[in-house]
Design a protein around this ligand. Structure first.
Ligand code: BGC
Length: 258
């Protein structure tokens, strides 16, 4: 007979600009159900996202608590920025003032707790992803390469305050997000995208002096490590499932500083 999963069970949700993903983790962090995934549909005001997530997780086993990674700045469960979800029809399309207003300081943690009937924690998606992969030693930097460009930094396993590096100028009058997000990759191809990534990594290393770098997210599999130069020796490419696996760490908040 299969072993009973160890409680508490955590419903871990990864809210992405392209896909909404979820699974249930047991107390050891192991997935107890296959991951479910739905495409992210636009326009996406908060109430539509909450309804889509309720539908997404319906087939999953009941959990005791919920964690969600969100692609924007989140503080104390409140959304302070939602760069993908304020657009009319997805990243790169026009920003819609009504969506900006709807997302501004939206209490996503409270809304999900109510809709799912379980205590809920929400944090930035790159922070959550990073929490699943860092080793707990030195300055560890995480970059997620997906729809957007996510970053997280940990010092001796403790999460440092989230910085929206994604939307800072990088080169040619464009931000990291604009130059290295999935739209840019599709338009310039993997080879040039890798060249840009190397420039970004070198620049960020000069700012952060990381001891180790983790590259995650859906596009991490397209990274050519040998094109990263010297930084390659201290870089690890991690599985995209980390976005979900990190969910359990949100509930170990004190240790992480979350
Ligand atoms: C957002 C970040 C997020 C990243 C990855 C960026 O556009 O600004 O907060 O972590 O996308 O989803």
């Amino acid at each position: 007979m299969p072993r009973e999963p160890r409680r508490p069970l955590t419903l871990a949700i990864d809210i992405g600009g392209t896909g909404l993903k979820a699974s249930v983790l047991d107390a050891t962090g192991a997935m107890v159900a296959d991951r479910v995934r739905e495409a992210t549909r636009y326009p996406l005001p908060p109430d539509v996202l909450v309804r889509a997530l309720v539908e997404l997780v319906r087939p999953l086993p009941a959990a005791d608590r919920v964690s969600a990674g969100f692609p924007g700045m989140v503080r104390g469960g409140l959304v302070l920025s939602a760069p993908h979800f304020v657009t009319k029809s997805g990243p790169g399309s026009a920003v819609e003032p009504d969506l900006v207003a709807a997302w501004d300081r939206f209490d996503l943690a409270a809304a999900l707790a109510e809709a799912l009937g379980r205590p809920t924690k929400v944090a930035n998606d790159a922070d959550v992803q990073g929490a699943a992969v860092v080793a707990g030693k030195g300055l560890e930097f995480v970059i997620t390469l997906g729809t957007g460009f996510g970053t997280a930094a940990f010092l001796d396993g403790r999460l440092l305050p989230h910085l929206e590096i994604a939307h800072q100028p990088f080169r040619k009058g464009e931000t990291y997000n604009e130059q290295l997000g999935d739209r840019a990759r599709k338009s310039i191809g993997d080879h040039r995208w890798n060249t840009r990534l190397r420039k970004a990594v070198v620049q960020l290393d000069a700012m952060v002096f990381f001891d180790h770098l983790y590259l995650g997210g859906g596009n991490a599999r397209r990274v050519k490590l040998d094109e990263l130069g010297d930084v390659a020796a201290k870089t690890t490419i991690v599985d995209n499932n980390a976005g979900i696996l990190g969910g359990i760490r949100l509930w170990e908040g004190e240790h992480l500083g979350l």
